[in-house]
Design a protein around this ligand. Structure first.
Ligand code: SF4
Ligand code: SF4
Length: 185
């Protein structure tokens, strides 16, 4: 069966919100799957990038927000670089991630949404990521206080993790970006 996706035609589901938030026109995707074949995490995902886009085109609703790729996507932009239609799938994943959090979608194993939130908060406060603060927030939130702590001394010794946050970041600019991002959501 041939399914035609027409530009401008009203489609049910959350595609309009995703397109508005990401600034991406998903109607031009013709399912060549070049995004999926280059994606480093698609082989481990229930729904690879091209499938996510197809499901949105076909009117997927909030159930798509439970997709694991939303949280395993590394924002590497390989999909964008390979797409012949210049579809920024990473931006689509960002929009889906924001919607998943706003609409209380299923929390995946390992609680990636909490990790994401902790990461963004440290960037917002310190102007760049602060690993120790992020880890502490994640561990408190998941009650995994002692898990992997045996690796901490070696990481500290090798300079892989800092005890204090960096104070030389351009916090003003980062704050402005955060304010702008929140306003456009
Ligand atoms: S590479 Fe672009 S056109 Fe091809 S399936 Fe992926 S998003 Fe669609
Ligand atoms: S940005 Fe995300 S979806 Fe795109 S190739 Fe990278 S990991 Fe895959």
């Amino acid at each position: 069966m041939t399914i035609r996706i027409k530009k401008g035609k009203k489609i049910n589901g959350i595609i309009s919100s995703v397109q508005e938030m990401s600034g991406v026109d998903l109607s031009v995707c013709f399912q060549c799957k070049k995004c999926t074949s280059g994606c480093p995490v698609s082989a481990h995902s229930e729904s690879p990038p091209a499938e996510i886009i197809r499901r949105l085109q076909l009117g997927a609703g909030n159930e798509i927000l439970d997709s694991d790729l939303i949280w395993t996507c590394a924002s590497c932009e390989t999909c964008f670089a390979r797409c012949p239609m210049r579809i920024d799938t990473a931006a689509v994943m960002d929009a889906l991630r924001a919607l998943a959090m706003a609409r209380g979608a299923k929390v995946p194993a390992g609680n990636a949404p909490l990790f994401n939130k902790a990461f963004l908060k440290t960037v917002e406060i310190f102007g760049r990521t602060y690993d120790l603060g992020m880890i502490a927030a994640y561990k408190i939130g998941t009650s995994t206080y002692l898990q992997d702590t045996d690796k901490f001394p070696a990481m500290l010794k090798k300079g892989k993790i800092a005890l204090l946050p960096s104070w030389d970041a351009d916090k003003k600019t980062v704050k402005r970006i955060f304010n702008k991002t929140v306003k456009t959501r």
